[in-house]
Design a protein around this ligand. Structure first.
Ligand SMILES: NC(=O)c1ccc[n+]([C@@H]2O[C@H](COP(=O)([O-])OP(=O)(O)OC[C@H]3O[C@@H](n4cnc5c(N)ncnc54)[C@H](OP(=O)(O)O)[C@@H]3O)[C@@H](O)[C@H]2O)c1
Length: 349
């Protein structure tokens, strides 16, 4: 009886919205769960009752106060989060991309950032779909223009974006060599479509990379940054491209905050590429950050159209997911920052 009255009075999914708020940059203790008034959808917007939230390494960088676009678009306090899966008021199962703000039990987003949930995927798998696949799509298709028969090298191949890159390389008909940082990741990278896997914790990364592609790679996808950038470029073949989309090796693993002197030293030593040399060797370096591309609506529509089409055809497999209650968001960040995780981490509000 009490339950019936409760549901009648408050309704399903109503009540204050819960979200993660970071008031100041710092470690895991900065991730605070707070309540706020339910956001309401205005014209051209859609409200989504969130059932699962994808966690991305970028969210950790936001928490540390090092994510430039977070400062540009939001400032402090900030709720991180680029992607959710949930249900609209009309009962549609959807996924949505958010320009921050996704770590919440309810989000309101422009209608053109909301898409149908891939059929047959769990809500957690769907929540982990948009960011990594959009990143991989942009890196592999518009940037690297990878074609059938080419050979690509994918760093961090068992991670979120790395795993998506392997799958899209397969769809493009390319041969992929995945690099992972631990033996427990080798099988995951193989299962995602890597034709060869290099475990850099137990073998010489670049000797193995040369064995797998003696003439070099048509494309190398690098989010390590300083740790591998120079050698990644050296292993690009003529007419090939190095695509840079992250710099996680600038930050310590599992410490929760940057080591400022080390960070400053590494920032100074990030390789600079010389256009004169690039012209003579016919190799290009490309870089991007998707969070600055939200205004490019036709690009988002095209990317999601292609990705959801491949998901519907069963050509994309859902990421392996590990779920955490929203209240344990600090644990999820800590896990992702160890560098040991496989697939996607997901928060459940
Ligand atoms: N430019 C963009 O628009 C964009 C969009 C999304 C993601 N990203 C970037 O893509 C990268 C991957 O993101 P993700 O969310 O999919 O993460 P992830 O790949 O699931 O996890 C990060 C992986 O990076 C490697 N790693 C190396 N040094 C690390 C460190 N100091 N701390 C943590 N991990 C480290 C580890 O794999 P191995 O040891 O196996 O290499 C780790 O598993 C990140 O750099 C992220 O910022 C960029």
């Amino acid at each position: 009886m009490f339950v019936c009255v409760f549901v009648f009075v408050f309704g399903v999914g109503s009540g204050p919205m819960r979200h993660v708020v970071i008031h100041k940059p710092g470690g895991y203790e900065r991730l605070r769960i707070e309540e706020a008034a339910d956001p309401r959808a205005g014209p051209g917007e859609v409200a989504v009752e969130v059932e699962a939230i994808g966690v991305n390494y970028a969210d950790c960088v936001v928490r540390m106060g090092l994510y430039t676009s977070a400062k540009h678009y939001v400032g402090w306090p900030i709720t991180p989060g680029f992607e959710v899966a949930g249900r609209t008021a009309d009962g549609d199962d959807v996924i949505a991309v958010t320009l921050f703000g996704g770590y919440a039990s309810r989000v309101v987003v422009p209608a053109d950032q909301v898409f149908p949930r891939p059929g047959g995927w769990t809500v957690e798998e769907a929540a982990g779909f948009p960011t990594v696949f959009l990143t991989a799509w942009y890196a592999l298709i518009p940037c690297a223009a990878v074609e059938k028969g080419q050979t690509v090298l994918v760093h961090s191949a068992a991670g979120g974006v790395g795993g998506a890159l392997l799958q899209l390389a397969k769809i493009a008909g390319a041969r992929s060599v995945g690099v992972v940082g631990g033996a427990h990741k080798v099988e995951a990278a193989r299962a995602l479509g890597a034709d060869a896997v290099i475990d850099k914790s137990s073998e010489d990364l670049w000797a193995a990379a040369e064995r797998h592609a003696p003439e070099g790679y048509h494309a190398v996808f690098d989010a390590n940054g300083i740790a591998t950038l120079k050698a990644s470029y050296a292993h690009v073949r003529p007419a090939g491209r190095l695509v840079v989309y992250g710099h996680h090796s600038m930050l310590p693993k599992g410490k929760g905050r940057p080591n400022w002197p080390v960070l400053a030293w590494k920032a100074l030593r990030v390789p600079r590429f010389n256009p004169l040399e690039m012209g003579d060797s016919n190799r290009s370096v490309m870089a991007f950050n998707l969070s600055y591309l939200f205004d490019e609506k036709p690009l988002l529509a095209r990317a999601m159209g292609e990705l959801l089409g491949w998901a519907a055809e069963g050509r994309l497999r859902p990421p392996t997911t590990t779920s955490y209650p929203l209240a344990n968001v600090a644990e999820a960040h800590r896990a992702l920052e160890t560098g040991e995780t496989v697939g996607k981490l997901v928060l459940v509000p």
